[in-house]
Design a protein. Structure first.
Lengths: 140, 75
């Protein structure tokens, strides 16, 4: 497995774990009340910060010697393509958040739809990269 | 839709003809990862022209002895 493929796996696992932990904590606080009244901001910021830290630590631990960290054209092409695919969901999340703000939705839902967009973007981008490492690179 | 590459190659045969060179050795000599050499050999990845020339240079053969292109009309 190349270093860049390992990084895609790390991003996938860290994102899924961080977002799931956040969602479980926030939903667990509702106790039958509407979710929009649940405190979420600090938990969201902590989960984002922890995910960034965890991916840096995991990347450092799994990176072997300098020779194993070589990156070539194929890695760069897969990286670019994966980011391009993942970006689509950031746009969807941002547009959804913008429309929800215009429609006067509560801040809880706006913040959460944007966070969900980021999380799904990271998951989709990582899955796309891993898929390309094991299959063919798209050539249109 | 992902199109399969029409570029085929003889890298595996050339490696064996050159002292059973390993994929890792070839990767080191052309500055790519072993996984990229595997993907090229299996026809899952078409390398850049520069990498293609580097591979040909390692085996000291012309580039068309390493890679060939199947015309779509030939099937």
């Amino acid at each position: 497995m190349t270093h860049q493929e390992k990084r895609a796996w790390i991003m996938l696992v860290v994102t899924v774990v961080a977002y799931t932990t956040y969602a479980v904590i926030v939903v667990g606080r509702a106790h039958g009340h509407p979710l929009s009244g649940v405190p979420y901001a600090a938990t969201m910021l902590w989960s984002i910060g922890a995910a960034i830290l965890a991916s840096i630590v995991a990347d450092t631990i799994t990176s072997g010697p300098r020779r194993a960290r070589i990156t070539d054209d194929r890695d760069r092409q897969i990286g670019r393509m994966g980011e391009h695919i993942g970006q689509s969901l950031v746009v969807v999340g941002a547009v959804a958040g913008m429309l929800m703000a215009m429609a006067g939705w509560e801040r809880f839902w706006i913040a959460n739809v944007i966070y969900l967009g980021f999380a799904l973007s990271a998951v989709l981008g990582s899955v796309a990269k891993i898929g390309m490492y094991h299959g063919r690179l798209p050539q249109w | 839709m992902v199109k399969p590459t029409r570029v085929t190659n003889n890298i595996r045969a050339l490696r064996f003809a050159h002292g059973e060179m390993t994929q890792a050795d070839l990767a080191d000599r052309i500055g790519v990862t072993r996984q990229t050499v595997i993907a090229i050999e299996q026809g899952r990845y078409s390398p850049s022209l520069e990498v293609a020339f580097q591979i040909a240079r390692v085996f000291r053969v012309p580039i068309d002895s390493v890679f060939s292109y199947t015309d779509p009309e030939e099937g």
